[in-house]
Every structure is written in C-alpha cells, then in structure tokens.
Write a protein that binds this ligand. Structure first.
Ligand code: HEM
Length: 440
C-alpha cells in the first residue's frame, strides 16, 4: 500500500559518523554543505581535486546527516542505475531536510511525497501517467507557442536595452510560460508562480541557518510562510478543480493519476505540484542564463553558431554538460556497497555531483572546454540517468534551442557583461541576475 514517504523515510541523524574507516581524506578548500559557498558558482576546481584525490569523500553537515560526496562519472552512473540499492525513497533527494520539530510540515511532506522520491513499485506507474505531456509530438506543438513567446520576450528586452538583466526579462519568463502552458495555469496566475519559486529557492538556506541557531529576519520569515501557504492553497484548489472538470493538460494528468487504483492522496498532490513548478522552472531558467555566460566566455564557439545556426541543436547538450543546472541528488543505501574501494554502510547517504561527473576527463576530453559538436556531449548527466532521468529533458532542450536560435539571429553581438549574482543554494545553480549587452 502507498504510504507517504514523509512517514517512512529515515530521519537524518545529525553528527552520525561513518561506520567504515575512511579510505580517502576529504580535501579542504570548499564546504559542499554550505549554501552561501555556492553564491560564486559551482566549485569546479574543488570537484577536480575530489575526483583526483577523494572520489568518495566523507562530508559532515552541521544540521543533517553527513554524506559521501561522489564526483567521478562512472560512480555517479552506477548509483543512478541501481535504485534498489541507492534509494531516493529511503531518505529523499536533498542534502538536508532539517530535524523533526524544525521543519515546515507541509513543505517537508511535499518535498518527499513525490515521483522523484519514489522507489519501486510505485515510481514507474506514476511516471507513466505523466508521459503524454513529454512525447515528441506534444513537444513539437508546444514549440510553436514557445517560438511566439520568445519573440515577444525579445521585443521587450530590445525596448529596455541595450543593457538589461536577462534573468527577470527572459530566463525566468520563458520556462514559466512553457510550464504554465503544459500545466494549464491561467495567464493571470502566472506571476505568482515565479514569486513562489524565488522563495522556494531560498528555503534550503533558510532552514539550514535556522537549524544552526542563526537568526532569520522575522519579516522574511513571515513573507516566506505566507508565500508557501499561498502556493499550496493554489495547487490544492487547481488540482481538485481538475478532478471535477478534467482538461487536456498536465495538471489533469496529475489530478487523475492513480496508484493501487486509488486517486493520489493530498500529500502526493502537494508533492507533484511542488516538484513540477520547481523542477521545470528553476532548472531551465539557469540553463538559459548559464548558456549566455558560456557563449561570452567562448566567443569562437559563438561565432560558429552565427556562421551555421544549425549547430545550435548540438550546442544544447554541451552547454547543459558545462552548466549542470542541478548540483546534486542524494540517495540512501538500502544495503551496504563499495565504491572506489570505500565501503559504505546501509542507511548512509551518497550525494552525486552532476557538475563534477560532467567534467570528468576520463569521459570528456578537455572537460572544461565548450566544444560544440563534441562527439559524446549527449552522455552528460545534467538530467541524471536511469529510471529517474529527467522527465522534462526534451521540453528543456526545446526551449534552449528556440531561445538561442532567436537570440543569436536578432542580437549577434549579444554578450554577458560579467555582472551576475547567484542565490545561496547548494542544490540548484541558482543564477538570480545576469547582465547582458544586446549589442544594438
Ligand atoms: C535544463 C533543465 C532541467 C534539468 C537540468 C533537469 C534535471 C533533472 C534531474 C537531475 C533530475 C533527477 C534525475 C535523477 O535522479 O536521475 C530530474 C528529474 C525530473 N525532472 Fe528535470 N530538469 C530540467 C527540466 C525539467 C522540466 C522542464 C521539467 C518539466 C516540465 C522537469 C521535470 C522533471 C521531473 C518530473 C523529474 C522526476 C522524474 C522521476 O523521478 O521519474 N525537468 N530533472
């Protein structure tokens, strides 16, 4: 029988030491457990040191269970492909959920009671029930709407230009539009989704600060709680409405989904709502902005696209490899395992660092180089791999393609000015502003 993951997952044990002796000494120089450390971007140099000297590195977390950081491509792949041993359900996919009593109960439940945290036997049947909205035919139709939207967004940017912040004007608008079209969220309600996403992006940092006894501004906390409440209320209302009056949209598929012949309980509807607005929005937003940085840092690659725009399709997987918008996913061991000579006990956590695996030189030659047309660019792990591989990967790639076809056609001299900011978040590469010069 389907039980809420939030009731069955193991609670993190703070300060627990690893059961087996550590084979590798964890290098110093970066704190993977810190959210603020990621405001300067992903630590690619530190990832390199980890891959070379400590591919399975014990990392304590002050407010949650410590974990083994996994940075080599083959090790990440092995974990992804063996969910019976490395389970998302047993402890969730995030680095930290906060101790009982210090959690936001509904947010905590929704973060766990969701497709991405399910193991067998429920994961596959639930995933299959979303499938109609991720087929090539569906995406080809969606693409037509995305093309129109991209042109409208670029019109606005041009009017405000030449120097603009790409994030609020473009990178966060496009994924929001696409997702709301898929979900069937009315236009008037869409700006709220962006606001909720900003608060969600700060949730991990806020709970970590609070769990470590640091003060959270009461005003921020009040706004956060209000927004989270509104987000769940809205999701509950719209999903119940779709149960009564089905439409042709993704929210109807979620509202009508069944497990064990029963409609999903409210906990799982909350989880589906949270997953879809976060997974689909934030990730694509960051890959749109991250690609602009790459095109500026590698002008000769940009010139190749200008000379031959048909290369944009090949640029997308290479950009995703280098940007790696999702920083990590966590798994909990159901049985003990040995990775790169390190024994890991049942119940302990491993965290897969996609950005590190995606720059593993044993798989990608000159891994820090942006090389459009790289022969194995599609082997990147930015979307994960195996049974949980990103359901929205084609939707994301389509948006990147359309966006850069239109951007480069209209603004061939566009460039990032060098100014950018990132939110404190060690889970997604959260680019919150990116100044660009449209060059005209
Ligand atoms: C560049 C954009 C995106 C990136 C980098 C990304 C990345 C990921 C990653 C790393 C996972 C976990 C894979 C694993 O555990 O092996 C995932 C899962 C998922 N993604 Fe995405 N994603 C993106 C866009 C989207 C979009 C646009 C949607 C929806 C429209 C979406 C929906 C999902 C869902 C539903 C899952 C859970 C799948 C499952 O557990 O079966 N993602 N994504």
């Amino acid at each position: 029988m389907l039980q809420p993951v939030s009731e069955t997952a193991l609670n993190d044990i703070v300060d627990a030491k690893p059961q087996y002796a550590r084979v590798y000494e964890t290098p110093t120089g970066f704190d993977l457990a810190s959210n603020t450390a990621f405001t300067s971007g992903q630590p690619f140099d530190y990832y390199r040191t980890l891959r070379e000297t400590a591919p399975v590195a014990w990392t304590p977390v002050p407010h949650a269970a410590g974990f083994w950081a996994i940075t080599r491509y083959e090790d990440v792949k092995r974990i992804e492909l063996d969910p019976d041993r490395f389970s998302p359900q047993l402890g969730g996919i995030n680095m930290a959920y906060g101790p009982p009593g210090k959690r936001h109960v509904r947010l905590h439940g929704a973060a766990l009671n969701t497709l991405i945290c399910l193991d067998r036997p429920y994961h596959v049947p639930l995933r299959m029930q979303h499938r109609a909205f991720f087929t090539p035919d569906y995406i080809a139709e969606l693409r037509k709407k995305v093309e129109v939207k991209v042109d409208q967004l670029l019109d606005v940017m041009e009017k405000k230009g030449p120097v603009v912040d790409m994030v609020p004007l473009f990178s966060e608008q496009l994924p929001l539009f696409t997702l709301c079209e898929m979900m069937g969220v009315d236009e008037k309600d869409r700006p709220k989704v962006i606001r909720w996403m900003h608060y969600l992006e700060l949730a991990g940092h806020m709970f970590a600060e609070s769990a470590q006894g640091r003060r959270i501004s009461p005003l921020f906390l009040a706004k956060f709680l209000w927004n989270v409440r509104q987000m769940f209320r809205f999701g509950e209302k719209i999903l119940q409405e779709r149960r009564r009056n089905p439409r042709e949209d993704l929210l109807t598929a979620i509202a009508q989904a069944k497990l064990d012949d029963e409609p999903l309980p409210q906990e799982f509807l909350d989880g589906a709502w949270l997953l879809i607005i976060f997974a689909g929005n934030d990730t694509t937003r960051n890959s749109l902005s991250g690609t602009m940085k790459l095109l500026t840092e590698f002008p000769e690659q940009k010139q190749r696209l200008l000379n031959d725009p048909s290369l944009i399709r090949q640029m997308v997987p290479e950009a995703l490899r280098l940007v790696s918008p999702v920083i990590h996913m966590r798994r909990t061991l159901k049985q003990e395992a040995e990775i790169a000579g390190q024994k890991i006990a049942a119940g302990e956590k491993v965290i897969m660092y996609y950005g590190a695996a995606n720059r593993d030189p044993s798989v990608f030659k000159d891994p820090d180089q942006f090389m459009i047309g790289r022969e194995n660019a599609n082997d990147h792990l930015a979307f994960g791999m195996g049974p949980h591989v990103c359901l929205g990967q084609r939707v994301a790639a389509m948006q990147l393609e359309v966006a850069y076809e239109r951007i480069l056609d209209r603004f061939p001299n566009v460039r990032w000015t060098g100014k950018t900011t990132q939110a404190p978040n060690n889970f997604v590469n959260a680019i919150s502003s990116l100044e660009i010069d449209l060059g005209k």
